[in-house]
Design a binder for this molecule. Structure first.
Ligand code: COD
Ligand code: ZN
Ligand code: ZN
Length: 370
């Protein structure tokens, strides 16, 4: 058993508390990882506020981490002690019907189908003050050590800087893949990206890499525009600067609406606005933002009946164990600018400060160091 620090959310609405936790050794098929760095994603904040579906408290948030294998359980063959790895919030068990389908990246072992916030044997390797602590998205990277199944671990290049590639665990892969895999943005096309957080800016990078001719970035915080332009946005607009709804503004700007629109905020109203912003017949709208638990959409079905396509994406459509190592490899070849997403770095003890920066709209990604 390892005793180490972790940021624990004891109850909804409470700040994280830095605690000494016990992390039990890995059982058969499991891997114990020393987390070296972890990004803070809006989804982690949603958990603490009680907006994320089916989570149990106390819980250790964090799902955008990178680390080094400390030890392995019986039967583990694909990673060994000392390997650099990224823990996967969407695993790839390789055996379920979705894993066996080449078109799907949704493993049935992920939180949304097995939302017990525990390991597959319905126990946790974390305890604190005599209590069992739950997992978030099967990762819990706001801890110095975590134990997860081998099928939720991606081995990456030994040369990878863990304090940067942790963002491949969520923000970068989700956004970039939404453009490349889910929308399949075509060269010369027009795109609109709603929400310029770490995920939305990664959508901008994906649209640019795919050769889009116009990338219109939409956010109510104009402080996000400079970075959006640096990463490839051709225009930036703030819905609050217009009297008419933003979907009408985008339709006028492009003639009949954009070819691809992306909602990367997680609000019901912007999901419908993004749908209405794409071309009525051939437009494709990708829903990337996590909706708050229990939210319901109301929209005019004519929007879809005319021919628009409305799609969702889970971690950008990547088959995680296969593709996350490849994304890290192309990062090492300097094919995309991951580093620009990192605006702050903090020690794990200041995780609440990092969450405040995100809430205040002052950070894109804060990377926590352990
Ligand atoms: N109109 C325009 N922009 C807005 C509006 C609005 N009404 N409201 C907020 N915004 C902007 C904010 O100013 C901010 O810049 C941006 O939207 C949101 O960014 P962040 O930094 O809050 O969020 P991210 O990028 O950290 O998180 C992204 C999501 C909020 C989309 C989150 O739901 C997510 O991570 N979704 C991914 C889904 C997924 O695959 N999840 C798996 C693990 S997370
Ligand atoms: Zn995330
Ligand atoms: Zn699977």
């Amino acid at each position: 058993v390892i005793k180490c620090r972790a940021a624990v959310a004891w109850a909804v609405g409470k700040p994280l508390s830095i605690e000494e936790v016990e992390v039990a050794p890995p059982k058969a098929g499991e891997v114990r990882i020393k987390i070296v760095a972890s990004g803070i994603c809006r989804t982690d904040e949603n958990v603490m506020k009680g907006r994320f579906p089916n989570v149990d408290f106390p819980i250790i948030p964090g799902h955008e981490g990178a680390g080094i294998v400390e030890s392995i359980g019986e039967g583990v063959t694909t990673v060994q002690t000392g390997d650099k790895v990224i823990p996967l919030c969407v695993p790839q068990c390789g055996e379920c019907s979705f894993c066996l389908n080449p078109e799907s990246n949704y493993c049935l072992k992920c939180h949304f189908t097995e939302s017990q916030c525990l390991l597959p044997d319905k126990t946790s390797r974390f305890t604190c003050k005599g209590k069992q602590i739950h997992y978030f998205l099967g990762v819990s990277s706001f801890a110095e050590y975590t134990v997860i199944p081998e099928y939720a671990v991606a081995k990456i290049d030994a040369a990878a800087p863990l304090d940067k590639v942790c963002l491949v665990g969520c923000a970068f892969s989700t956004g970039y893949g939404a453009a490349i895999n889910t929308a399949k943005v075509k060269p010369g096309s027009t795109c609109a990206v709603f929400g310029l957080g770490g995920v939305g800016l990664s959508v901008v990078m994906g649209c640019k890499a795919a050769g889009a001719s116009r990338i219109i970035a939409v956010d109510i915080n104009k402080d996000k525009f400079a970075k959006a332009k640096e990463l490839g946005a051709t225009e930036c607009i703030n819905p609050q600067d217009f009297k008419k709804p933003i979907q009408e503004v985008l339709t006028e700007m492009t003639g009949h609406g954009v070819d691809y629109s992306f909602e990367v905020i997680g609000h019901a109203d912007t999901m419908v606005a993004a749908l209405a912003s794409c071309n009525m017949n051939t437009g494709v709208c990708i829903m990337v933002g996590d909706p708050h638990a229990g939210s319901v959409l109301s929209f005019d079905p004519m929007l879809v009946l005319c021919g628009r396509t409305w799609k969702g994406t889970m971690l950008g459509g990547w088959k995680t164990r296969d593709d996350i190592p490849k994304l890290v490899a192309i990062y090492l070849e300097k094919k995309f600018k991951l580093d620009l997403l990192i605006t702050h770095t903090l020690p794990i003890t200041k995780v609440n400060e990092g969450l405040e920066l995100l809430q205040a709209g002052k950070s894109i990604r804060t990377v926590l160091h352990f």
